[in-house]
Design a protein around this ligand. Structure first.
Ligand code: NA7
Length: 500
């Protein structure tokens, strides 16, 4: 098996039929790469009504990305017109909208359509949807995302609340929250952004905190017009700015997550100094986490703590006992009367492709393979499922990284295999069980040094047995491990062979 070749092959083989499941960041990226390679025989399936994934579904006030925007875009489709270092949710969605138009993504997509099953039929896949359609493909690309299925807390009486209540990812824009009594449950990145956006104009704002979070102080700034003009005139500047942000943020953050060292110390110090800006000692104690910074996904931003000096803003860190028609009752028996309750309670992060069923070689089912926990081969493939590649699937590098860079590495891996197939170099390939087990053994061995294990917290990175289901090395390692195919790790069917 070779490495990269974007050159169309000298072969009479028909173009590969590719099903892309999900039209979010990674699915759209894959579709663009296929178009750029002259392969139009692909189809996207998307359960939302349009492209964008997370950036389509989430529309809550204050939504923004905490990764510098020059690193939060495809390197093969840079945008010179970003308005600020940290782009807002609507601006990121417009980026996808523009790309969808430019690369005719929507005409190759079924929206409002969920894939329920994909079956391997010996030499091709049959993809079945909830609309009753089915179609045949040579490859299945899973691009189903990670922060997708909302997690609704199991609080007694939630359904009896007579005000407005919704999850942050299902924002109800018919509700005018200005001047209302608002309770936000959850203190992740979403809870922080909502607090900054809603607290100033609320009659009363209460943030319900179960676990305090570390917050890295950070600021945003706008790009002046001349910077955009420069970027348009000399697109090469993007590379330098992207590389600079890589050096200042992406690489040190990545290193801090996986091993002890100056990066971890520096990030911890910055968070501690930020916390120390709270003058009121009692309030500071209530905001002080009991675990190391980075163990839960680090929150990035400034201006949050000082909002709690306002008379209309309160931190509620007494447990929630139940919800009544008029508001939330805490375990001290106090009823907090509210008009709106927002559930910023996160996502079920261990589902990935599920509830979709994949049926692979010898009737192997994904639900069986992932019975006790999700896993993969090097974050891109699954044993027993030929010609399936996963983007932003289990064991991808997640901790405070730009998922664009991660997805690009995985897309390049899938594209290289598709180009090889196009040249007739193989019929189907899937990683061996042994190689997958070896990879997972290496992952488990590397985990204890990571902040997600040693940091002493519960987080959405952890699988059911408490082991993180994410990549324990650097993004550079991820790139290296996916630059080539270790052919001994794969069952490869070639024409006229029964595997090697
Ligand atoms: P997160 O980061 O998963 O945060 C969810 C928050 O909701 C977290 O503070 C949880 O507390 C809290 N939570 C969850 N269930 C409950 C119940 N039952 N009661 C009280 N509090 C609860 O989700 P976000 O949407 O903020 O961010 C998701 C990702 O988006 C983020 O990591 C970035 O990648 C961007 P806990 O800490 O579990 O005690």
């Amino acid at each position: 098996m070779g490495t990269t070749s974007a050159v169309p092959p000298n072969t009479t083989r028909p173009a590969p039929r590719v099903a892309i499941i999900g039209a979010g960041m990674s699915g759209v990226g894959m579709a663009i790469r296929l178009r750029q390679a002259g392969i139009d025989s692909f189809h996207l399936y998307e359960r939302n009504a349009d492209v964008g994934g997370t950036w389509f579904a989430n529309t809550y006030p204050g939504l923004a990305c905490d990764v510098p925007v020059r690193n939060y875009q495809y390197t093969f489709a840079p945008n010179p017109d970003w308005t600020s270092l940290h782009a807002s949710g609507p601006e990121i969605w417009r980026y996808f909208d523009d790309l969808a138009k430019q690369y005719r993504i929507r005409e190759a997509a079924s929206f409002g359509t969920e894939v329920t099953e994909a079956r391997w039929e010996g030499d091709h896949w049959v993809v079945v949807t909830d609309q009753g359609d089915q179609a045949e493909y040579d490859f299945v690309i899973s691009a189903t995302g990670v922060l997708v299925r909302t997690r609704t807390p199991d609080i007694p009486g939630l359904d009896t609340f007579e005000g407005e209540s919704f999850h942050s990812a299902e924002w109800n824009h018919d509700v005018d929250v200005t001047g209302k009594r608002i309770g936000v449950i959850g203190t992740g990145s979403t809870g922080l952004q909502l607090t900054k956006a809603l607290a100033p104009a609320a009659a009363k704002f209460e943030l319900y905190q179960r676990t305090p979070q570390w917050i890295l102080p950070w600021t945003n700034f706008s790009y002046p017009g001349f910077v955009k003009a420069l970027h348009r005139r000399w697109p090469g500047l993007f590379k330098w700015e992207g590389k600079a942000w890589d050096l200042v943020t992406v690489i040190p953050f990545g290193n801090a997550m996986i091993k002890a060292g100056w990066e971890r110390t520096m990030i911890a110090k910055a968070c501690e100094l930020h916390l120390a800006t709270i003058r009121d000692k009692k309030l500071r104690e209530r905001f002080t986490p009991g675990y190391q910074p980075g163990c839960k996904r680090l929150i990035v931003g400034s201006g949050f703590y000082r909002l709690f000096n306002r008379s209309n803003v309160d931190l509620v860190d007494i447990g929630i006992e139940r919800i009544e028609p008029n508001g939330i009752v805490t375990s001290d028996g106090v009823l907090h009367e509210l008009d709106v309750i927002v559930l910023a309670t996160g996502f079920d992060t261990q589902l990935y492709l599920r509830p979709m069923e994949l049926v692979g070689l010898d009737g192997l089912r994904l639900s069986k393979l992932w019975d006790s926990s999700v896993y993969s081969y090097r974050s891109v493939a699954l044993p027993g499922f030929p010609n399936v590649f996963t983007l932003i699937g289990p064991q991808s590098p997640f901790g405070n990284q730009s998922l664009f860079g991660v997805a690009e590495t995985q897309i390049a891996f899938a594209m290289n295999r598709i180009e090889e197939w196009r040249r007739g170099e193989f019929e189907s390939m899937s990683p061996t069980v042994e190689a997958t087990e070896r990879f997972n053994h290496d992952v488990r061995t590397a985990m204890p040094g990571t902040i997600w294990v040693s940091g002493g917290c519960e987080s959405w990175y952890l699988g059911p047995d408490g082991t993180p289901t994410i990549w324990p090395w650097t993004v550079a390692d991820h790139k290296t491990m996916l630059a080539t195919v270790d052919s001994g790790d794969w069952n490869i069917e070639r024409t006229g062979t029964s595997g090697c």
